[in-house]
Design a protein around this ligand. Sequence first.
Ligand code: NAI
Ligand code: MG
Length: 476
Amino acid sequence: MFEYAPAPESRAIVNFQKSYGHFIGGKFTKPANTFQTISPATEEVLAEISEGSAKDVDQAVKAARSAYEKTWSKISGSERGKYLYRIARIIQERSRELAVAETLNNGKPIKETRDVDLPLVASWFFYYAGWADKLDYAGLGPNPKAHGVAAQIIPWNFPLMMLAWKIAPALAAGNTVVLKPAETTSLTALLFAEICQQAELPEGVVNIVTGHGATGAALVGHPDVNKVAFTGSTDVGRLIAKQVAGTNKKVTLELGGKAANIVFDDAPLDQAIEGIINGIFFNQGHVCCAGSRLLVQESIQDELLKKLKKRMETLRLGDPLDKNTDIGAINSKAQLDKISKLVKQGQKEGGEVWAPNCPIPKNGFWYAPTIITGVSPTNTVAREEIFGPVLSVMTFRTPAEAVAKANNTPFGLSAGIWTEKGSRILKLADQLNAGVIWANTFNQFDPTSPFGGFKESGYGREGGRHGLLAYLKAGN
Ligand code: NAI
Ligand code: MG
């Protein structure tokens, strides 16, 4: 057996400041009411960031309003596009630095930030830069208009990617932005603020206010906000929907998921195994569209589980900066506790829990890749989003049973189908209640393709032309 030698990416390329204020009107404010932000892999303090007050939020919204009226709504679409192209190119130039920073603050493997997150972040800005002067073709008729000031609240699982999904279409459509990153992963948003300065983006077009849930609630509730975009938990999505009910604010919500990854007996098994692994262990399973429910046709269950376990034994958990690492750290103690609690519940309800024997680092927050077999559709682990590297396995006999089980969830974000038969893929995709359906692959993202859910997974679409519509209204 050959052992891997450590292959750590250097962190010398990243220079965090000791403490950060908010980014308002093109400048950083003086740090105030700071709290520590850590590396979840080591618990080392990386920097201090500021807790945004209602006053900070108000200043940021004022800056965004003023920028909207004085500059951003006055310049042409092609001028806005130039700024977006400039931002996209600076992201590419600084992508190694941003990848290392994201890995430090989030805990996800450098392999992923380097090869998935950062290329997608740049591609989102390039894609929407191209739209900025073509809004007449977005589908709303000639001269569509921006809403004005967009309040955007994002989670910790894909910090920079969620920022790009929110900011790129908003700016292309002519809105200005106040964004609140998640409290545990704000550092790359603050580096992005520097990129806005570097791109000489007019001041106030992008504002970033850091802080916890209360800061987010103040932003959503601000009377001068025209549009709210949120990605995160279904619970907070509900709070936001209540908070804006009865106002003129437009809302899009991208919430949780409990995707079924359906494997038929004629599926190319080795390929399906890779898809299952990617579907649930990519980003430690902190993925709203994760393939967290495996539905396997009964006749191939034993063979598939044997192969899956063998493959799981090769997964490498540990230092996220190591280029060989497959599974990094869980983003926070709170998330780790939630995962452990749900898995214990799954065991109590009769599920059989299995994990490979993998060493767990002493400091930081970690969870071994895990599967739970013998799960029935009424079990907690088949219904609730675990948001961790934990796969619940169920079986089916007929396509109709697969569809019934897959749709038996309050969510409807994504699904996967594995089979040789093209006709079966099309028929099933039609019957599955999910916004995104992958066939013989999983977790593929592209800026040209809309993404979003049904039912408790939220409403509205991000990406593609559809994603633009959330930030536009018909002209007059
Ligand atoms: P969360 O929904 O509380 O946090 C997401 C963002 O919302 C953060 O920026 C947070 O500061 C902000 N926020 C919290 N309360 C708010 C409020 N009342 N008004 C406005 N903004 C508010 O998610 P959390 O607590 O970090 O994770 C809990 C669970 O949510 C996870 O275990 C997972 O199941 C799910 N989740 C789903 C995500 C997705 O991509 N669909 C992302 C993050 C979490
Ligand atoms: Mg929360």
